[in-house]
Design a protein around this ligand. Structure first.
Ligand code: NAP
Length: 293
């Protein structure tokens, strides 16, 4: 039975910073790396772990290395790249990637890890900044059951649900389903609010009435107030969503799965980027529909 005492966390962004914080607060020896070193220093000061200059240095002696960076090429850089974590990881240790990336990359990392006796799990998350801060993320994992059983209690320190979905890449495929479901739904919610506004209805009253019925959703519950106020500042940005939808659409092409609405909504998000809304949150699809005042 493996025991995990020392962890390394690579990537202290909106998600990684609080996630790594939860691990340190549980008493795990936590070594961190962030590309912008000052953030790693600030983290170490706040949570009492150690800041390191390269992913490789952070991973030295770690039983478990966790990664949460940006996209496929970022993950490649910090794992299999020069000074990546794999160059320091020993047989019997674990690598968990929380970044939302392609299923192909999950398989590539799984193969690279196997070659040196490292256990790999792809483990993308949902729940956003709030979920990371409150320790209430949902984690979708791909990998071997006995590896999952060892790391699950660690991931549970920042999660409300940690589930093994199948072999390597199953976590990323599940995250794709999550993003596909959200894309069409947010567009529907935006169209509903836009229609209510054009019809001269009280948008808040409309939501109060319909949210308890069949039209209700997490997005409606948690986003309608800021959407009505024309505020789009909730963390998960349009730029990230486009990255994720690109991954979904590429995968769908190979699976021969039809995603017509997802493809359309991806183009709507491209419009939002052209409106300089790349850093607005994903509910900004409404802003694209709103008539100029
Ligand atoms: P973020 O705030 O932009 O942070 C990204 C982190 O990755 C930063 O620490 C950044 O370092 C680091 N990084 C990026 N490229 C790098 C590279 N090439 N080498 C080394 N470090 C690199 O992003 P986030 O919101 O935490 O999201 C991280 C991942 O989680 C993304 O894949 C995203 O899609 C996914 N996700 C995000 C949310 C959300 O609500 N934010 C929800 C679910 C999933 P610097 O500090 O130097 O820039």
């Amino acid at each position: 039975m493996n025991t995990i005492n020392t962890v390394a966390f690579i990537g202290l962004g909106v998600m990684g910073y609080p996630m790594a914080g939860h691990l340190a607060k549980q008493g795990l020896t936590t070594r961190v790396y962030n590309r912008t070193y000052s953030k790693a220093e600030a983290w170490a000061k706040e949570f009492g772990g150690t800041a390191h200059n390269t992913p490789k240095e952070a991973a030295e002696g770690a039983d478990l290395v966790l990664v949460c960076v940006g996209n496929d090429s970022d993950v490649r850089q910090v794992t299999i790249g020069a000074d990546g974590v794999l160059s320091a990881m020993s047989s019997g240790s674990f690598l968990v990637d929380h970044t939302t990336v392609s299923a192909d990359l999950a398989l590539e990392l799984d193969a690279a890890c196997r070659e040196q006796g490292v256990a790999f799990l792809d483990a993308p998350v949902s729940g956003g900044q709030q979920g990371a801060e409150n320790g209430a993320l949902t984690v979708m994992c791909g990998g071997e059951p006995h590896h999952f059983d060892t790391v699950q209690p660690i991931l549970a320190h920042y999660s409300k649900a940690v589930t093994l979905m199948g072999a390597a890449s199953s976590g990323q495929l599940t995250k794709m389903v999550n993003q596909i479901c959200i894309a069409g739904l947010v567009q529907g919610l935006s169209e509903g609010l836009h229609f209510a506004e054009q019809a001269g209805l009280d948008q808040q009253q409309v939501i109060d009435v319909i949210s308890k019925g069949a039209a209700g959703s997490w997005q409606m519950e948690n986003r309608h107030k800021t959407m009505i106020a024309d505020e789009y500042d909730h963390g998960f940005a349009v730029n990230w969503m486009r990255k994720d939808l690109h991954i979904c659409l590429e995968q769908a092409r190979r699976l021969d799965a039809a995603l017509p609405v997802t493809a359309l909504v991806d183009q709507f998000y491209a419009d939002v980027q052209r409106m300089e809304g790349g850093r607005w949150d994903t509910s900004s699809l409404l802003k694209r529909l709103r008539k100029p005042q």
